[in-house]
Write a protein that binds this ligand. Structure first.
Ligand code: F6R
Length: 241
């Protein structure tokens, strides 16, 4: 895994945006895998700015988000659908039909997940997958476990993830207990994985992720098996490396 250590969050966000923009310039119909959470907000702000200032063109770009809470309606401000439109899609020229986010209102979660995997497989997987990492090492919502799932699936969030995500809700009780998430198969379908990590609270999981132990108890450590991973960290997150 290639590592790029940046001075701080702003630099990390700029470097990540340059990376994504270069991909789109080289292949205008890029299939992008996208993440939500606090970490990619700066990346999305930079991409929106590049669209405004330099005409970075998203008209042919196709996106697949990693995950969505379940159940949750799109209008809910905490939904990942709302997050993506608010932070990125409303500020660029992407077409609505090219945006894919698991449907948090699907009556049958299993069918929704199977359809999501099929759409992604039909398009040939992602060219570039943006990933964050949970403090417990989760990627997407693939939480630490004895085994990890290959397919997109409905999952239960762990207490540590619920606690970490409570910062976006009025009370921890409001955090949904389930999510639909890409499995390892969809994540690994990416030609390139771009992982963004910021903050001292991630330093110990980052150290484990880069250690010689590849374990489903730290799902991010599995990325060592992918041939093309670029990890962009700030100095705080890289502190224990
Ligand atoms: C979000 C996602 C999660 C986050 C992770 C880190 O779509 O799949 O794995 O990337 O929880 O979140 P932040 O960036 O808020 O620390």
């Amino acid at each position: 895994m290639k590592r790029i250590v940046c001075k701080n969050y702003d630099e990390l966000s700029r470097v990540a945006a340059t990376y994504v923009a270069r991909q789109i310039w080289e292949k205008p119909d890029t299939v992008l895998g996208l993440a939500t959470g606090g970490t990619p907000i700066g990346l999305y702000a930079n991409l929106a700015e590049m669209h405004r200032q330099n005409d970075l063109d998203f008209s042919k770009v196709v996106t697949f988000n990693l995950d969505e809470y379940y159940p949750i309606p799109k209008e809910n401000r905490q939904s990942y659908d709302f997050f993506m439109w608010d932070n990125l899609f409303s500020h660029i020229n992407i077409s609505k039909e090219n945006v894919h986010i698991p449907d948090g209102t699907a009556p049958d979660a299993e069918l929704e997940c199977a359809a999501y995997d099929k759409m992604l497989a039909d398009i040939g997987g992602t060219d570039l997958q943006v990933l964050g990492i949970g403090v417990n090492g989760h990627i997407g919502f693939n939480e630490p476990a004895d085994y990890l799932e290959f397919s997109t699936h409905k999952t239960s969030l762990t207490e540590s993830t619920i606690a970490a995500n409570a910062r976006f809700f009025a009370t921890p009780d409001e955090v949904p207990r389930h999510a639909l998430t890409m499995g390892l198969g969809a994540i690994f379908s990416a030609k390139t994985i771009l992982m963004l990590i910021s903050g001292e609270n991630k330093a110990s999981v980052v150290k484990e992720m880069f250690s010689d132990r590849i374990t489903p108890q730290n799902p991010a450590s599995m990325l060592q098996l992918h041939p093309n991973v670029v990890v962009i960290l700030d100095q705080a997150a890289a502190k224990l490396l």
